[in-house]
Design a protein around this ligand. Sequence first.
Ligand SMILES: [Zn+2]
Length: 399
Amino acid sequence: MRGLDRRDFHRLLLAGGLGACLPGAWACGGGDPGDYTAEDAEQLERQRREEAERDGHGRFGALRFRGYRGLAELPWFELTPAGRLRTVAELPGIIDIHAHLGMDLYRAIDETRRSERVHHWLDCDSEDPGCELDLDVYVNGNFSEAEHAALPWEFLAGAFGWGPTRTHTAANLLAEMDDVGVAQAAILPIAPALPFAGSLTERWTRAIRENGWQDRLLPFASVNPHDSEAAARLRAYADAGARGVKLHPEMQRFFPDEPAAMAVYEVCRERALPVVFHAGRSGIEPEGLRKFALMRRYEPAVAEFPEVRFVFGHGGARDLERAIPIARTHANVWLGLSSLGVSQIDRALEALGPERLVFGSDWPFYHLATPLAKILIVTRRDPGVRDALLRANAEALLA
Ligand SMILES: [Zn+2]
């Protein structure tokens, strides 16, 4: 946050009463606990404990690097003289099913602006050598407590076009895609449950069209299921060329199996739009929001709409073990591989086979090379599986 002391900024917001609920509807709790049980909470704790115990003991060993630049130690990457990380391996033109631009809800950033360096949310290269980057844990396990605490405030600053968000432009994303070999990226807006927020769907779709980026950036739409106009809005977005829909039950505060959400999937069926869900608990969200992302709330939706293709973003996150049986039962469920650790990706591959696993980055949270490195490690002996995960499956999904 340049030009404004962070503490003063927080004080200002709190004084204005904004701090309570604005950060992407993120920092305020979720009201009543719903059916979030003590066992649900314990499961999440157990997953974290077990992941920490197993870290580095999987069949790929310890995978710790110093910053994103440190990934240049791997055989598929190098550092350019200017210090940019780039891919040197021959790879298929990768399709990223899960990317965002800066969530500039109240004041637009210039999407054509290039910066010397992208300040990712997990800014692992802010110092040299960079932060410890462990590829064998769920990615947010690399954030410190202080970084977690700062995130909602940085989201809030970003909503007004300040802070790291200023570097989360389409032009910077395209440059990073060129560096690492990503041919196309699905651009996922989120329609937040907030007053007066501009429509990211409309703005991003327009920016992509006006700048001629449509061959590389695939505009997705987002609607809030609680918006009474959601169905009509989604039809209009489909008419304007949306390639799919992004829904985030936690940020948008809805249950994936509630009637209002079902009405949205109905339009997805009608218009053959795939749904990319934020699915499962990441463990960094406020506890009050976790009830919205329990995997058992997703299953009725995917069962009710077998013709709609659903991608579970982050493979169900820290609830991967609950996402796997759902994907096994329902052939219309795909797992996005953003954020998962190497051992988790390996586990998903072993449990489900390669056909319904797709590469995702969740840019601008992390450098694109981070999720890519994990897939390259897991598929190092199998170019066919690599091609499926990095490109072919996403192509089929988006067809
Ligand atoms: Zn995301």
